[in-house]
Design a protein around this ligand. Structure first.
Ligand SMILES: C[S@@+](CC[C@H](N)C(=O)[O-])C[C@H]1O[C@@H](n2cnc3c(N)ncnc32)[C@H](O)[C@@H]1O
Length: 433
């Protein structure tokens, strides 16, 4: 077969997207890589747009259902096969149990294993196992337990919240997430144009999204994608027109745009040049203004800001609904470094505030050590520093979400009947005048 013919035949069988999805799965589960990194590095660049979207969807769905797929496969496989074969079985199990036609999926699974010299000898096993999975189908799948988080994350979360809350978080992770949007000016008008609903905090939510860049108002810069929880830190900071606000870890810029849209004079800093490029593109698209710098936060020495937003680098464990790769790519070994860096960033940010200035510290983490504990400890390190719990009295923010030290704890299992929200921690601190 000539090369173009071979490509056409692969695409017809759906092998191209599945092969690419498998590459992503192997890299996440075997090499600890994150999907956005892999995709950013061009892992899917060789595919046409439709196949690219399908590959990404397959990898994401497989990771979201991975623990459940393993549970089903354990009934039909005696000895754990090598990772490359296991991932073919997982991918096909998720497809079969999602209602895909058995014939095509089983054939594709066998073909994928057969094409690889290292796994070809296992095609008989794959065929036999996938036929059994196909017989179970969506009904058998629905009877299995909700996928659990791996122990490195489940254990600290159980310590922080108890087993019932962790189970509710896991159910929210498994349910996935809708598309959330922040309107530059008019949420009602954006919701009407996109067929979405306006949530109590002002975020526009769409149940079905499709291609984001082709939605009405994207090109015109009327809105940007931002989880409902991620939109709350700037609401709590409540930037005023003309205030000098520093966004210390700004990329890709969702919060920078909120600050600019409120009329603040925004300085946006991020250590990553590549990510800061996205901030500039986002500002250009939305016609909003901010001064941008690529710099380490600790290298920023010009202070006197009215307010600072510190959306600190963290474990990102609050974003698993949207990033099911995270539990499999990470292992918790970064926690200590991140917690130490967050504390130092809080101290540095306080030095850049004018007397009486406000600092919002937030992380998209579920770990109290990256939230509640950071603020408690900051207050004990800095005489006169206060936490302003009154700043949390805002539309849509349930008083039950408040924490003892005066912050706000958001969890993926909140608003479960409306599609959930990312996990976040947010607190507004005031420097003494
Ligand atoms: C949670 S993300 C920020 C998200 C952003 N605020 C938004 O709403 O779009 C954390 C950011 O911190 C940046 N970062 C990590 N270490 C940094 C440092 N030492 N100085 C400045 N930025 C840093 C990362 O590049 C990343 O973009």
């Amino acid at each position: 077969m000539s090369q173009p013919d071979a490509k056409r035949s692969q695409s017809k069988q759906g092998l191209g997207p599945r092969k690419a999805a498998l590459y992503l799965l192997d890299q996440v589960t075997g090499q600890g890589k994150l999907l956005p990194e892999l995709i950013g590095d061009g892992a899917l660049a060789h595919l046409p747009p439709e196949d690219r979207a399908r590959a990404q969807r397959l990898a994401t769905q497989t990771l979201r259902g991975l623990a459940r797929a393993d549970r089903m496969l354990a009934r039909f496989v005696n000895r754990t096969p090598p990772l490359a074969v296991r991932n073919v079985l997982r991918l096909c199990t998720v497809e079969l149990c999602g209602g895909e036609a058995a014939h095509g999926v089983v054939n594709a699974g066998v073909e994928l294993v057969a094409r690889n010299k290292r796994t070809a000898s296992m095609k008989g096993l794959v065929n036999a196992v996938l036929r059994k999975v196909a017989a179970e189908g969506p009904e058998g799948w629905a009877k299995l337990a909700t996928p659990r988080l791996p122990g490195w994350l489940r254990d600290p979360l159980k310590d922080g919240y108890g087993p019932q809350v962790v189970a509710a978080m896991e159910a929210a992770h498994f349910a996935g997430a809708p598309l959330d949007i922040t309107a530059k000016a008019d949420p009602e008008a954006v919701a009407k144009a996109l067929g979405g609903v306006v949530l109590a905090t002002g975020t526009v939510r769409l149940a079905e999204a499709g291609q984001v860049s082709s939605l009405p108002g994207f090109e015109a810069g009327d809105w940007w994608v931002q989880d409902a929880a991620a939109a709350i830190p700037v609401q709590i900071l409540a930037p005023q027109k003309g205030e000098a606000v520093l966004d210390l870890c700004a990329a890709p810029g969702g919060k920078t745009m909120q600050l600019a849209a409120a009329g603040a004079r925004v300085t946006a800093v991020d250590a990553s040049g590549g990510r800061m490029k996205r901030v500039r593109e986002n500002l250009d698209r939305t016609g909003l203004a901010a001064t941008t710098f690529v710099a380490d936060a600790f290298a920023v020495t010009d202070g006197g800001f009215d307010a600072i937003l510190l959306d600190a680098p963290c474990s990102a464990t609050g974003t698993i609904r949207r990033h099911p790769d995270l539990p499999y790519a990470k292992d918790g070994s970064e926690f200590g470094m991140l917690i130490d860096q967050q504390a130092r960033m809080i101290d540095h940010a306080l030095g850049l505030l004018k007397p009486g200035g406000r600092l919002v510290f937030c992380t998209c983490s579920l770990l109290p050590d990256e939230g509640e504990v950071q603020v408690e400890e900051a207050v004990s390190r800095h005489a006169g520093l206060t936490v302003d719990a009154a700043a949390l009295e805002r539309p849509g923010l349930d008083p039950n979400w408040r924490t003892d030290e005066g912050g706000l704890r958001l969890r993926p299992d909140y608003w479960a009947d409306q599609g959930g929200m990312d996990g976040f921690y947010i607190a507004l601190m005031r420097k003494p005048a």
